[in-house]
Design a protein around this ligand. Structure first.
Ligand code: ASP
Ligand code: MG
Length: 454
């Protein structure tokens, strides 16, 4: 008998039928003798709808009230799932984040979990009840107000509860059967991993892979929580284990496991769109420090990509990448004349996307950036700001180029050319037909482009 935390994502509770199916899977786990704590997201699309409602009444919603509103999405699905469980004869009770002992800092909309008190949940488990916890939310230790953990935050709730309860593992139940080398819903030939290391998963998540929120992977890694990502269609079937390599690959402790890095250097290809690039030229180092200080104080989401003095003057260039949502704030900051940054030196490029190839040690293979740039050129995709780190290559491309660029880069680094691209399951939203992915025990095929170059 194990203690398992099961987190059901928005697509897994999107309709009453899916809620009933989720309840059935939870009941099956109970019948197998496991203790189960459930974490649930808002029903698919519900959070977006709440955000839309908020923007219909105000352009500048108060952060505390917006959180109060958003928390209701998960509260509703938790109540609904508990009702379905009770109906199936499983004793269950729903809990808000605060009731479940999730305490956070006070940053509304992007709070961090600082403490978890699992006593209340343990009590329920002791009674044989299945607690269903509303994900994505907690209570500020400072103000007592309800807070939310940022988009996708229910994953983090699941991991945090698994850590606090000492659960065997945390199951992430979603609409795909694990973690793939690219989004299997849009990329032809994407393959499921049976096991991935935290490092690989963390890079994929920050690069835009939507299967797990990046905070949740960091949390899992620091607390040693094994993650099992599986489909909501069936509880027994293909899955991906994410862990430190001790056990990922299967539930049996002590299993032999080959780190993915020795099997294939490629963990996957992921993209993030809605980015804007801002290059400031010839600004003095005093002004750079002043600008960075302001950005930190305002908690503006922006990435410093490059800074340096590439000429002989006492002034350097700085390149920043930011999400569209941060642009107004950044422009305001630059417009403040006191900072001495001349606006005519700011160069903006919008409608960008970042495409990343993740793999342990990929940045140490000299041919990898070459392959990436060649592939992008072959399809005429924009490419700038190539960035190489030990485990990742990333490049900025056009938002409209992202889909095609992702496919060609995936073909180059991951797919076997001989991989059948048939079994069309019908056109997806991009109009491309896609095939059910090829399941493999391990991603143990040669990576043709890399193998050829070695
Ligand atoms: N419902 C929230 C969101 O859409 C949190 C989650 O689903 O994890 O971001
Ligand atoms: Mg999610």
């Amino acid at each position: 008998m194990a203690l398992i935390v099961q987190k059901y994502g928005g697509t897994s509770v999107a309709t009453p039928e899916k809620v009933i199916e989720a309840a059935r899977q939870i009941r099956a786990a109970r019948e197998d003798g496991h203790e189960v704590v459930v974490v649930v997201s808002a029903m698919g699309g519900a959070t977006d709808e709440l955000l839309r409602l908020a923007s219909a009444v105000t352009a500048h919603p108060d952060a505390r009230e917006l959180d109060a509103l958003l928390c209701t999405g998960e509260a509703a699905s938790a109540g609904l799932l508990s009702l379905a469980l009770n109906h199936q004869g499983v004793a269950s009770q729903s809990f808000g984040g605060a009731e479940a002992g999730i305490r956070t800092d006070h940053r509304h909309g992007r709070a961090t979990i600082v403490q978890v008190d699992p006593r209340r949940l343990r009590e329920e488990l002791g009674k044989g009840t299945v607690p269903v916890v509303a994900g994505f939310q907690g209570e500020s230790v400072l103000t007592g107000a309800r807070t939310t953990l940022g988009r996708g935050g229910s994953d983090t709730t699941g991991v945090a509860l698994a850590a606090a309860l000492g659960a065997d593992h945390c199951e992430i139940v979603t609409d795909v059967a694990g973690v793939y080398t690219a989004d299997p819903r849009t990329v032809v030939g994407a393959r499921r991993h049976t096991a991935l290391l935290y490092e690989e998963m963390a890079e994929l998540a920050v690069s835009g892979a939507k299967v797990l929120a990046s905070d949740s992977v960091d949390y899992a890694r620091t607390h040693g929580v094994d993650l099992k990502v599986r489909s909501n269609h069936t509880a027994i079937g293909p899955e991906t284990w994410v862990g430190d390599g001790r056990r990922a690959g299967g539930p049996a402790a002590g299993d032999a496991w080959t780190p993915a890095g020795q099997v294939s250097p490629i963990a996957g290809v992921a993209g993030r769109s809605g980015l804007v690039r801002c290059v400031l030229r010839r600004i003095t180092s005093d002004h750079v420090l002043c600008l960075l200080r302001e950005l930190v104080e305002r908690e503006t989401e922006v990435e410093l990509r490059r800074y340096g003095n590439f000429g002989t003057e006492d002034a350097g260039d700085i390149a920043l990448t930011l999400p569209e949502a941060s642009v107004d704030e950044m422009r305001e900051l630059l417009a403040d004349a006191d900072r001495g940054i001349r606006l005519d030196e700011a160069h903006w490029t919008s409608n960008l996307a970042r495409l990343s190839v993740v793999g342990l040690g990929i940045g140490r293979r000299p041919y990898a950036p070459l392959r990436l740039l060649e592939a992008l050129r072959a399809v005429g995709a924009a490419r700038t700001d190539l960035h190489v780190t030990s485990n990742k290559l990333s490049v900025l491309t056009g938002r409209s180029d992202l889909a095609e660029a992702t496919q060609i880069v995936h073909d180059t680094f991951v797919s076997e050319p001989a991989l059948p691209r048939i079994h069309p399951a019908g056109p997806d939203h991009t109009g491309r037909t896609w095939s059910p992915t090829v399941e493999r025990e391990h991603l143990d095929v040669a990576v043709p482009a890399l193998a050829a170059a070695e």
